[in-house]
Design a protein. Structure first.
Length: 137
């Protein structure tokens, strides 16, 4: 988490050309029955501003981020922050007891290899109409 404040809340920043990251957005959107979370691709104008504010290189992102309470949560903290607020996934807050370096090491392993393992879109993932209504650009 960082001390920089962002005016929008419950925003998930993701890599829009990453197939794994786009599946993450669909996973969250499907389970977020309260429609709490909104999404922005790091390649969008809004996503670029958000990424740069929090020190993420938009051309080579190494983390997702979620803004909550005006603060950004990165890597495993970001993923667990989101998961722990989804119905039937609240149990994942127990994983916060695992040391962050261990959680982030696993996160980093997946993040470094995400294109090789899962693939990459030629251009940003275009969500269906339901999710598109929750996208910030």
């Amino acid at each position: 988490m960082t001390s920089i404040r962002w005016p929008d809340d419950d925003v998930i920043l993701y890599d829009g050309v990453c197939i794994f990251c786009s599946r993450w957005v669909r996973f969250v959107a499907t389970r977020d029955v309260a429609r709490k979370f909104r999404f922005t691709a790091i390649q969008s104008p809004y996503g670029i501003r958000l990424a740069q504010t929090f020190g993420i290189d938009p051309d080579d992102p190494d983390t997702n981020a979620v803004i909550q309470g005006g603060a950004a949560h990165f890597k495993s903290d970001g993923a667990l922050t989101v998961l722990s607020q989804l119905p039937r996934w609240r149990w994942t807050r127990l994983l916060f007891v695992a040391p962050r370096p261990l959680r982030d090491a696993i996160y980093n392993l997946v993040a470094r290899n995400r294109y090789r393992i899962f693939g990459k879109f030629d251009s940003c993932f275009v969500p269906d109409a339901d999710v598109r209504a929750r996208v910030l650009e």
